[in-house]
Write a protein that binds this ligand. Structure first.
Ligand code: PEP
Ligand code: MG
Length: 411
């Protein structure tokens, strides 16, 4: 299933799904998580083995698909399902509880959204803003025809108004690799696959190669800023030249709006830190940006040279890898030293296994799917950041951080 096709599933009748291809943080999986339904991706032979009318258990927590389970297994899973529902109900009562640690540190829990309609789920989950609006979903699955400035503006404004004055961080289009535009011809797609799209013309690279399209998007986002608090986020920057070209494009977009007499606000501009080069030259980037947001999904992909959509290397895609943790910790520390806001918006932020570690690294802002907010809040409420710091320090020095990290989660 392509990520764009997944959007058709939103609000649909499906209660779970299984795919032959894909990795845990491929966009197909991310959209599944945003729909809060069980999914297993990269099951390889699934479509060959599963037949019409088979009974299927989809255990997304453990990455298991059980076809035609025995009555005993079925009963076991029914029990687990009831337990999970009870737990979810219990957690939902935390919705209005402020996210403050035992030692009084206030933590910002934000939502990741794909479409303006998702804003209501973000509010219901108790998010205090949108930390990542993945605008590319407005561009996908429309036969290659791109949305115009007004159409985009309406979508951004809808999200901003729905959030009632809470901040909405809109990321400029992140097209390419696991989020292809469907205007590509079959030949172009083949070419994309033959090369390596994850290292290709994607995200800010694609935007800068289509300056008219890019300015149109920037104008649409700026126009939405007249209706609430908007922050602008730039995906996948790696070169200082990209930073400068982006800021030039923004300045031109503003001038065009001023000339046309359209209102806008001087929005804060942030960079996604998701390429190791950006993490390693952070102090330079911080001179140009108001905030940064760490995209751990891509940061892991590019640090470990593991395509996040490729199931054949999915076992090597490791958020606990010491090199990944060092880059995340370094980014949080340096942003803090520079007095710049930093958050994590990759899947790590919504995984309770990493909450204490990230708090210990100094993180105070997490952005995740609305469905994950309550579980992360529970972790925050039980955490003491002073203890987290000591544990994170020893974990960052560990030879095998995963081993220690699992113990840290266990308490
Ligand atoms: C990331 O890379 O961690 C991220 C948040 O962006 P996306 O998953 O949309 O690539
Ligand atoms: Mg990314």
């Amino acid at each position: 299933i392509a990520p764009a096709d997944m959007l058709h599933f939103k609000g649909g009748v499906f209660t779970g799904f299984v795919t032959d291809v894909g990795g845990r943080t491929s966009h197909t999986a991310i959209v599944a998580r945003s729909m809060d339904i069980p999914a297993v991706v990269g099951a390889r032979e699934a479509s060959r083995i599963i037949r019409q009318d088979d009974w299927v258990i989809i255990d997304g927590d453990n990455g298991l698909v059980i076809v035609n389970p025995s009555p005993i297994v079925l009963e076991e899973y029914r029990f687990r399902q009831r337990q999970a529902e009870l737990e979810r109900e219990r957690l939902s009562r935390l919705r209005h509880t402020p996210a403050v640690t035992l030692d009084g540190e206030r933590i910002e829990l934000l939502a990741n959204i794909e479409l303006p309609e998702d804003a209501s789920a973000a509010l219901e989950a108790g998010a205090v803003g949108v930390g990542l609006f993945r605008s590319e979903f407005l561009f996908m699955n429309r036969g290659g025809e791109l949305p115009g400035e007004d159409e985009q503006f309406e979508a951004y404004r809808a999200a901003v108004e729905a959030m009632n004055g809470l901040p909405v961080t809109i990321r400029t289009v992140d097209i390419g690799a696991d989020k292809p535009l469907d205007r590509m011809s079959v030949n172009e797609l083949r070419h994309e696959h033959a090369l390596n799209p994850a290292l290709g013309l994607r995200a800010i690279r694609w935007s800068l190669s289509e300056p008219g399209m890019f300015r149109q998007q920037l104008r649409a986002i700026l126009r939405a800023s007249a209706y609430g608090k908007v922050r602008l986020l730039i995906p996948m920057v790696a070169h200082l030249s990209e930073v400068k070209l982006t800021l030039d494009a923004l300045a031109r977009a503003k001038q065009q709006l001023t000339d046309a007499g359209r209102p806008y606000v001087d929005v804060e501009v942030g960079a996604m830190i998701e390429v190791p080069a950006a993490a390693l030259m952070l102090p330079v980037f911080l001179r140009y940006f108001d905030f940064v947001s760490i995209g751990t999904n891509d940061l892991i992909q590019y640090t470990l040279a593991i395509d996040r959509a490729d199931e054949s290397v999915a076992h090597l895609y490791d958020p606990w890898h010491p090199a990944v943790l060092a880059l995340v910790a370094g980014t949080i520390r340096q942003a803090g030293e520079a007095g710049k806001h930093v958050s994590v918006c990759g899947e790590m932020a919504g995984d309770p296994a990493f909450t204490e570690l990230l708090l210990g690294m100094g993180l105070r802002s997490f952005s995740m799917h609305p469905a994950q907010i309550a579980a992360i809040k529970q972790r925050v409420l039980r955490a003491d950041t002073r203890r987290c710091v000591a544990r994170a320090t020893s974990l960052l020095e560990a030879e095998d951080p995963r081993d220690q990290g699992v113990r840290l989660v266990a308490g």
